[in-house]
Design a protein around this ligand. Structure first.
Ligand code: IVH
Length: 669
């Protein structure tokens, strides 16, 4: 039995690793997500049964526990230098001249280059010892970085083991760039917006932020990716050229950018520079230029490095498209959660094919740092999908400037005094009834991923909020067709359509309602998990912090936020009103049971069919609670194989013990 389990575990690991590679590196999956999840579940179950067989390279070990408070420092085996930048073809030709001169005895036609994309992300190292991924680190200051192994392991295109058995080297440290593609970046910002969190300015910041989180479970949710671009250190150097190293990386299962090109001459590199100038914007990720490297490792060694950069490589930087315009005004926008963001109103100008008339100024500190004032001429920049930003002010000598920008003391919408919480960059309006916040909350409530109420746009909401007719979400459901037909810019037909849309939204389902309520940190994913687990808002409302936190993927931040939300009488009142208007606050698809209402469970040992979390969710779905220690109050102790001391305690206290069979019967009764 055990022997066959051991074999199955091995096969499952090998299969999952192969499918990870096919999906994340080759982009050519062979099985469906569902089949993949099935393999993973089987492996997880078997490892639960035999925890002593869990190895660090098992695919189940990608997401580990929290890192205490700081990442340990790592001294790089070879310094991580940066690249010298060139911004024009002339400067770039000078680089080639220096290379030719540095390799004086070598004929120019023997110098090959490799041209690569310069991915705009974060440089990292990955160390493999006898095939096993043992460490991953940030670049840091080039000499010392931070150990972010736990976070890097969550990136599925990074293999936890590479087949090094037949290689002459036993240790290899490779270097690469971790990044987020445009789509992933936009999605993260959309989610952050929905959760009322500040937006990331660009994919690079977003990738950097994700890698430095102390909780790898959050990093795991960010679709980070990596391209490996060089050797950092090897115990036995076995390549002759850089290009050969890249090919070997690929063969070992490491993800190498497919655009890396071997050029037989300097002229060939010039043609590529021209080509990428045209094509860079159609890539699915951001690049900030090209990297050109001398191919021969012998030549690289001959050329050497300065203290800062190698003499054998250079970055050719493309300018992000910029334009000059004028700041006509600086306004402050109030978000759904009351955060106040300064925004520059610009004289409209064309950049990267679209007209830009506003740019976020992020926050007070950012404005002060750049000293942006109304009336200033400014350089703005828009690269790829990134939100336009003000790069700098053009100071014109002799021209008088406007006054230095100061945050308003009051909320621009409701005139409540605003405040800046300690340690935060944003100022906030604390008035929950602030019309600007209310409008944003209502817009979010009606949005496509929430209640999906068509025809309820800003023009209609402005009138409904300004007249005081709508103060809560529930007020929307008391609107009549006559009232709506009386609004400006809303035709009779649209009034009818809006009433229909409101009616339809009542059956949107619990997951959408939870998302629509705009509870801090509760985005679409969390809302759907909560709906699946608790099935009804009443039950969710009664759930303790501990039980909320124990739902897989929920965690303390969301749990705390949910508790804070439900603990406010005003929110509970609003939920009652929504229910009265006929908004469905229960998940209808599945029968909700109360059979275990008030019953306390303790789990011990390993079950065949459920993981701990699954068992817990099943109990909670039926209204029961799971606690960690056995006491007089415990109703049942569910004991799987190899139960611990809880089992003995249950016996001592006379608490009813259920084996897996009996537990299943109880659930299914
Ligand atoms: S090679 C000594 N290749 O750009 C040369 N770097 O300023 C080491 N980068 O810190 C770098 N794509 O994080 C190299 N294809 C590529 C790259 C790349 C992005 C980053 C890297 C490095 C920075 C250099």
């Amino acid at each position: 039995m055990s022997d066959s389990d051991k074999k199955t575990i091995k096969t499952l690991r090998r299969d999952i690793q192969r499918h990870d590679h096919l999906y994340y590196v080759e982009d050519q999956p062979e099985i469906s997500d569902r089949e993949y999840d099935g393999l993973m579940q089987r492996l997880k179950d078997l490892e639960k049964k035999h925890p002593e067989w869990i190895t660090p390279d098992s695919p189940t070990q990608r997401v580990g526990g929290k890192i205490s408070e700081k990442f340990p420092a790592v001294t790089h085996k070879a310094p991580m230098l940066s690249l010298d930048n060139t911004y024009s073809l002339d400067e770039y030709r000078d680089f080639h001249k220096r290379v030719v001169k540095g390799l004086k005895s070598i004929p120019e036609n023997e110098i090959e280059y490799v041209v690569e994309l310069k991915i705009d992300g974060l440089g990292v190292t990955l160390s493999y010892e006898n095939g096993l991924l043992v460490q991953g680190a940030t670049r840091g200051d080039g000499k010392q970085g931070e150990d972010i192994t736990a976070n890097l392991k969550t990136i599925r295109s990074i293999p936890l083991r590479i087949p090094m058995e037949k290689e002459p080297f036993k240790f290899i440290e490779v270097r690469g760039e971790v990044y987020l593609d445009h789509q992933a970046f936009l999605k993260i910002n959309e989610e952050r917006k929905a959760e009322g969190q500040p937006l990331f300015a660009n994919p690079r910041n977003s990738a950097a932020g994700s890698l430095r989180l102390l909780d790898p479970t959050i990093t795991a949710k960010r679709p980070l990716n990596i391209f490996i671009y060089s050797v950092g250190y090897m115990d036995k150097m076995s390549f002759k050229t850089h290009y050969e190293a890249l090919q070997k990386f690929k063969a070992l299962g490491l993800r190498v950018n497919p655009e890396a090109t071997l050029c037989k001459s300097f002229d060939e590199t010039l043609a590529l520079i021209e080509r990428w100038q045209e094509e860079k914007d159609s890539l699915p990720y951001e690049i900030d230029g090209l990297v050109v490297k001398v191919n021969s490792l012998k030549f690289q060694e001959k050329l050497g490095s300065t203290t800062k950069h190698p003499r054998w490589a250079v970055a050719y930087k493309y300018e992000a498209e910029q334009a000059t315009t004028e700041v006509e005004d600086i306004i402050c926008q109030v978000g759904r959660t009351g955060s106040i963001t300064p925004v520059a109103i610009l004289k409209p100008v064309l950049v990267s094919g679209s007209t830009v008339s506003r740019a976020t100024l992020h926050n007070e500190d950012e404005i002060n740092r750049k000293d942006i004032r109304v009336g200033d001429s400014v350089v703005i920049e828009k690269a790829g999908e990134v939100i336009p930003k003000v790069v700098r002010v053009i100071i014109e000598p002799g021209k008088s400037r406007g006054r230095k920008f100061k945050m308003p003391g009051k909320c621009p919408e409701c005139a409540t005094k605003i405040y800046r919480p300690e340690g935060e960059v944003a100022w906030r309006c604390v008035n929950a009834a602030c019309p600007a916040q209310l409008k944003e909350r209502l817009l979010h409530f009606a949005s496509r991923n929430a209640m999906d109420i068509d025809h309820l746009g800003p023009a209609v909401l402005d009138q409904l909020v300004d007249s005081g007719r709508v103060k809560h979400f529930s007020d929307l459901y008391t609107l009549t067709e006559e009232e709506l037909a009386g609004l400006e810019r809303l035709a009779e037909k649209s009034a009818q359509n809006l009433i229909d849309a409101l009616q339809k939204s009542k059956t949107a389902g619990l997951a959408r309602v939870l998302h629509a309520l705009g509870i801090r940190h509760v985005g679409q994913r969390a809302a759907s998990l909560l709906a699946q687990t608790f099935h009804s808002i009443d039950r969710l409302q009664k759930t303790t912090f501990e039980d909320l936190e124990s739902v897989m993927e929920i965690g303390p931040t969301i749990a705390e936020s949910l508790r804070a939300f439900f603990d406010r009488e005003a929110n509970r009142e609003e939920i009652r009103r929504l229910k009265q208007s006929g908004v469905a606050l229960e998940e209808k698809q599945r029968k909700v049971g109360d059979r275990l209402e008030g019953k306390q469970f303790v789990l011990t040992g390993t079950m065949e069919e459920f993981t701990r979390d699954q068992a817990k969710e099943k109990i909670m779905a039926l209204g029961g609670r799971v606690t960690s220690s056995v006491s007089q109050k415990t109703d049942y102790v569910v004991a799987g194989a190899d139960p611990g001391s809880k089992f003995d305690k249950a016996k001592k206290l006379g608490v009813q013990v259920l084996n897996e069979e009996a537990f299943k019967t109880l659930l299914e009764k």
